[in-house]
Design a protein around this ligand. Structure first.
Ligand code: ZN
Length: 134
């Protein structure tokens, strides 16, 4: 389950920072690599900070695993990916900011973008990864 951040409640209680830890199932169609799929839920460890202008910054770490066939030799391959995630949320978003309304931050689009950004262009098995790095 992806929690929402209750900005109004947090501000009312003067809890301007907080931490969130949760796991969720990513949509398989985010992956563009043939014969590869998510083999674990995405685990998120995030920290948020709410500022005086009601903007909020969310930073943290996502981790998940990919599994499938090596993009070079079709052997079975698996890879664990850990990536950073960072986003700014604003009631009236500008540029790269995410919008939010009614005092609740919905993290879904941000998480989707962060996972997509972290996906490699292909998946390699151990042997092929070694050969390529030589
Ligand atoms: Zn291979």
């Amino acid at each position: 389950m992806i929690p929402r951040i209750d900005v109004r409640n947090a501000v009312a209680r003067k809890n301007f920072t907080g931490e969130l830890e949760f796991a969720f199932e990513a949509e398989q169609d985010l992956i563009d690599i043939p014969y590869v799929e998510f083999s674990s839920p995405v685990t998120a460890a995030l920290r948020y900070e709410i500022f005086a202008d009601d903007k909020a910054e969310v930073t943290g770490k996502l981790s998940f695993s990919l599994k499938g066939l090596c993009s070079r030799c079709l052997a079975e391959a698996e890879k664990e990916i850990v990536c950073g995630a960072e986003g700014t949320f604003a009631p009236v978003p500008k540029d790269e900011e995410y919008g939010y309304s009614n005092g609740f931050i919905d993290l879904r689009e941000f998480l989707r973008d962060s996972v997509m950004f972290a996906l490699p262009p292909r998946l390699l098995c151990g042997t092929c990864a070694e050969e390529e790095s030589e």
